[in-house]
Design a protein around this ligand. Sequence first.
Ligand code: G6Q
Length: 541
Amino acid sequence: MRGRTELPAWKALAAHRDAVADANLRDLFARDSHRGERLTAEAAGWYLDYSKNRIDDEGLRLLLALAGECKVRERIEAMWRGDKINLTEHRAALHVALRAQTGESFVVDGVDVVPEVHATLARMAEFSERVRSGEWKGHSGKPIRAVVNIGIGGSDLGPVMAYEALRHYSRRDIAFRFVSNVDGTDFYEAVRNLDPAQTLFIVCSKTFTTQETLANAHAARAWLLQSLGDEAAVTKHFVAVSTNVAEVAKFGIDPANMFGFWDWVGGRYSMDSAIGLSTMLAIGADHFRAMLDGFHAMDAHFRRTPFAQNLPVLHALLSVWNTNFLGTESVAILPYDQYLKRFPAYLQQLAMESNGKQVTFDGARVDCATSPIWWGEPGTNGQHSFYQLLHQGTRRVACDFIGFHQSLNPLGDQHTVLLANLIAQAQALAFGKTADEVRAEGTPEALVPHRVFDGNRSSNVLFAERLTPHALGALVALYEHSVFVQSVIWNIDAFDQWGVELGKQLAARIVPELQNTDAGLKHDSSTNALIRRLRPRRDGI
Ligand code: G6Q
């Protein structure tokens, strides 16, 4: 198969990039006084201003042509049809079915999965209501006052992100904690000050074989039983979210207390499945449904809207432009909302585990760069930290600014100040400040170069009215679909993650070597030395 760089649209984009290499955002805006209104799109309550990307109309036209040549439309339809688009694992990637509405149908292997999805949601809602109302009692008859989610990767990042994002809507009389790391500190700190008699553990694991999660689940059971002293207590204090009923039963959780999902839901695409049980417990079933409606609204937009107005497609194509044609190596996610503080971490997994790949579907090496590095922090905090590099560093970073018209916690004029900062940062990145402008401020000549801002640095701005469950769902779906479209352009499998395997295998071999200090070591000299060094220390403590 031809590499992507051989495609006519790719070649045309490369030629176009060379032709417009000198084009500057100042010029692009000067040439078109409506650019800031024209290069925008709106869907599912979100407004995207992509005018501050270093691209002109011809570049956009060619990117849309590239989407056509890479068959993005066909691949979207394949996803919706339930085709096994995760080729290396021979699975469908049908997270869109998780937010299907009544009357819709999604078919996997000849079976409509929507009734099962809705039945699980109904069970989750019933369970959540029982816990929230106090009807569900712990082993000693007390109501639940703490929920601890145990899971890692896709079974943690979505739940913790959604809990933090929607905290405004959450029950404040129930504590929510999240344990992921195999580092015992995570567990110790999470259960500190909790009353076992009033604590509910949700063990989230698609496979129910994940080392970290099982270790923490066993620690949780020991912690509970140490206090309550009766095996029977597990039934009232543990529920599982998994696809593996046999392992759940083996652990000792009653399968009646298990919420299922399906192999066509990838871990990092699962926060709106039963993996979101902690979210539902926190915000209630109605808010959870509103979140699913938000996902669904963006799904419908993604599937139906012409690409030139399609938020996820435009977002993806601009990322491809920045990555493959302008050489941008990273994407900064900059939410101007403290509730979204875990959103960059969530997107790191979504984007980099999906598209951090080096071979195409047929196993050939890619002939272009794939996923950039995604990272970020909420504004305005980042402004007092790494924004220096964004403005004057030698590396180019594509920025996504995310904000809301209204604050959920108005405090004097602070929200106005927050929004002003968001707008100003995007403006400063795009237009900078020339040496002449710096001089005109009376700056001593020696300082002029230090105070120059080159500008011409790309960013997107995303706005919604308020941070609601609906807005969060739509935002996550936007990024899910953008990541998918990017994978289609790069011709890689966005839904596998073979790159996480090797480290796991090696660690499994090293664990006994650390425990058995007599075992001979046959690794490289560095690994051997590290193991030897850690052995006596461990024994000495
Ligand atoms: C996500 C990945 C990975 C996974 C974790 C947890 O897409 O597959 O992050 O979610 O490894 O796996 P389990 O849910 O099976 O414990």
